[in-house]
Design a protein around this ligand. Structure first.
Ligand code: 13P
Length: 249
């Protein structure tokens, strides 16, 4: 059975003391949710977050990593480095990485391989831009992002893959995909997986929605049958809002 997951992507926000305050506020939240909960602080605060949250049910995940094991890649972080501080999951392919850091499907395929080879779990992000949707090309774009970066993997590898559909036009804009638009795309994504790997693999993969999820709209989006959770940006920076979203499950 696939899991419900709510992950907070803090992006480039929160210095050390702000991170400590938010982690403390998160620990004070009450929940009866069945969802797995994750937060992704910036690299410099990952170690701190792992140690602060070690006795909680909140997993600390990374926002990015490099594909190489080590070497002359100034400024980069490897899967082994993340693992060595207790981080077991990494977000890859976020649209901000694709847009501002020129990350391509081909590069992301290498990053996915490197993370899986180290036994890490990957939250793989993708999504169409507004122009794609206006032109009716959203399924073609999303289908090719998934195929190019993931379809070289074995069926077994999908046990460690979580997908995150984040339409670029809904990220940080306040404009959310409607629950129906999210469901339609998630059903398409699951069918794309089923066509390649069979129904069992497709049914087992959690597909998260991201893009302006808020306490006010989370429940309706998460009620859709193929939406297994959310990747939350802005609203994950306030503990009460983030847990209001977690508690939508
Ligand atoms: P917002 O929730 O701020 O729209 O960001 C979504 C996102 O990019 C999560 O990765």
């Amino acid at each position: 059975m696939r899991k419900n997951i709510v992950a907070g992507n803090w992006k480039m926000n929160n210095d050390l003391s702000q991170t400590e305050s938010l982690l403390k506020a998160l620990q004070d939240q009450k929940t009866t949710s069945n969802a797995e909960v994750m937060v992704a602080p910036t690299f410099t605060n990952l170690s701190q977050a792992v140690s602060t949250l070690k006795d909680s049910n909140i997993e600390v995940v990374a926002q990015n990593m490099h594909f190489a094991e080590n070497g002359a890649y100034t400024g980069e972080i490897s899967a082994s480095m993340l693992k060595s501080i207790g981080v077991k999951t990494v977000i890859l392919g976020h649209s901000e990485r694709r847009e501002y850091f020129n990350e391509t499907d081909e590069l992301l395929a290498k990053k996915v391989d490197a993370a899986l080879a180290k036994g890490m779990r990957v939250i793989f992000c993708f999504g169409e831009e507004l122009a794609d949707r206006k032109a009716g090309n959203e399924e073609a774009v999303v289908g090719s992002q998934i195929k190019n970066a993931l379809f070289h993997l074995s069926a077994a590898a999908f046990r460690n893959i979580v997908l995150a559909y984040e339409p670029v036009w809904a990220i940080g804009t306040g404009e959310t995909a409607s629950p129906e638009q999210a469901q339609d795309m998630h059903a398409f994504i699951r069918q794309t997986l089923a066509n390649k790997y069979g129904e069992d693999v497709a049914d087992g993969v959690s597909i998260l929605y991201g893009g302006s999820v808020k306490p006010a709209n989370a429940e309706e989006i998460f009620s859709k049958p193929d939406v297994d959770g959310g990747l939350i940006g802005g609203a994950s920076l306030k503990a009460e809002d983030f847990f209001a979203i977690v508690n939508a499950f």
